[in-house]
Ligand binder design. Sequence first.
Ligand code: AVI
Length: 318
Amino acid sequence: MNLSTISAQVAQAVEEGLFKEQKTLPSWLFYDNQGDRIFQEIMGMPEYYLTGCEYEILQMNAAAILKRFQQQGAFQLIELGAGDGLKTEILLKHFTQQQADFTYHPIDISAAVLTQLQDRLSTSLPNLPFFPQQGDYDKALEKLNLSSNKRKVILFLGSNIGNFSATEAGAFLLRIKKSMHANDLLFVGIDLKKDPRMIQRAYDDSQGITKSFNINLLARLNRELGANFMLDQFSHYPTYNPETGEAKSYLVSLRQQDVYFEALQKTVRFKRWEHIHTEVSIKYDQQMIEQLAKVSGLTIEHQYYDCKHYFSDLVLMK
Ligand code: AVI
């Protein structure tokens, strides 16, 4: 295997996660090209209610949201983890129709995702002032801070915050807060606690799409690190704990097996029924939301909800 093609970060994640008592892999590993495609499918599944709920919030409140964003006049709309930008496009369409004075700055780790977004928006919204930035959030925010003194409105949609543990989420928002000025806004999508069965189904769909999303993580390690995971020897096991609001996904080894990583020249041993924890998706209640705002030193200015109160978009200020 050609060592220069190996992603050092993927190798590091395996070194840190699979050679310990409780095996874990970080959920960012889901999102290679194949994983991005499967996630698009997940967002279109009937069981995955999150997308439709946030879509409804943005659609129903686009005018009120614009009013809030442009209170101080011109603004920079900065989106963290823009992805396919389909939901954001609802806002972008309304804002441009209203001739709002704003610029759009999607930030994403994936250059491919940003190119796709640019291709689509250049057709659907040719006059949109579009300034994509590839890279990690901290660096991109820093750059934007230096380049303009217009109000920043930072979007973090789609319950991405749920993929952080409570401690990580607080630390992440605190870092964002540090890059905010007094009048800047942070707009965050948060999935709410609801019927546990409904949450369980969203991560254990009948067509097995979420299963293939989880299993793709092992397929990625086969592709990128020359591992020899037998994909049918691991099962997708999602759980939801209504007490903590944590939906967790695991891959469970169906038998005792050894997996060799050519790129690392190392073998990982799995016991029968041993699990790898691959993802957490936290569902919040109001108390948890207020606690999150408190630990990150942000004030909740407003909360939007879909009609069923399954999802909430928060407007936060410093
Ligand atoms: C990206 N993120 C908000 C999704 C979620 O719901 O946690 C990822 C996902 N995992 C399984 N289904 C969707």
